[in-house]
Design a protein around this ligand. Sequence first.
Ligand SMILES: [Zn+2]
Length: 350
Amino acid sequence: MQQEARLVTVDRVWSGRWHGPSVVRVSPTAIHLVGAVDPGHGEDADLPHLPGALFSPFTDSHVHLGLVDPEQLVRGGVGRVLDLGWSPDVAALWPERGRVDAGWPEVQVAGGLLCPPGGYPSRAGWAPGDASVVVADAADAERAVVRMRDLGASVVKLTLNSDVGPVFDDDVLRSIAVAADRVGLLTVAHVQGAGQVGRALDAGLLRFAHTPFSELLPDDLLDRAADGTWISTLDIHRGDEAQEVAIANLRGFRERGGHVLYGTDLGNGDLPVGVNERELRALQRVGLGREALLAALGSDDSLDAGQDGAHWTPRASWVPQPPPDDERDDPAWLARASVLTASTLQELLP
Ligand SMILES: [Zn+2]
């Protein structure tokens, strides 16, 4: 059913910065901020009203969609995801599904996980056999990266996990980084095991799928890492000493200017399918305040009016309650999010 664009007012909008009472245009192809509510403008007062706060879509930057229900994720407030590893031929279909199906999140994918022969996750129970893309040498690296690019991948995922099996040698590691760079894809590395962070940095790999949790990183490694991006995934270690190590590392990384993204490794163990309050609480322990949490949730400027339409998204995250007075309550508040689209608005405001 074709829905028409509708204008609504909302109490506040976050789009990389806070806006007060705002007029928002919602259509099946785009949700965007039109401007501030004009109290002298009678028509604004007549528009249907949404209480609470509307956000550029919350993003989970580390999921495995093959292990969860994408529609449940959307009902839980997550409007965008980065899938960091599955059967490449299956994952290749997801970005298009996310474009045409508003019940799905917007999806970017890595495709398979590049690993050495016998390396993680080739013997891990959670991963389908063809999710592990074996790379034995530089020629393999080139082929694997080009294959992921051709399947529509947005990033190249590789593993460097010495806790579970063999790891790439320095030459192959560097050849993956070079091949990805050549085709214009970012790399995201699963780095685990003693000494592996330094090896990843030596190879020019700066984006990590997890906050390093195998050892407390010394200052010189944190200094070198700080040009990069770490995806948080703190809650997978809950109740475990590894979480304290990860929190300390992430604190040092962030103090040096490192870029932190919210990500949960959804599909790995018992995690809520949606905005994860526990992950946000762990990020607060690292030192992230309200605006830093929202930035980590990838909630950027994509609702802003005045941008070219290419950045507008057909989804926004919405929390019907106002922000709490005490920021310590932010994780529970943000975890009440759902995703607003033209069709969910239709159900709210028939
Ligand atoms: Zn993962």
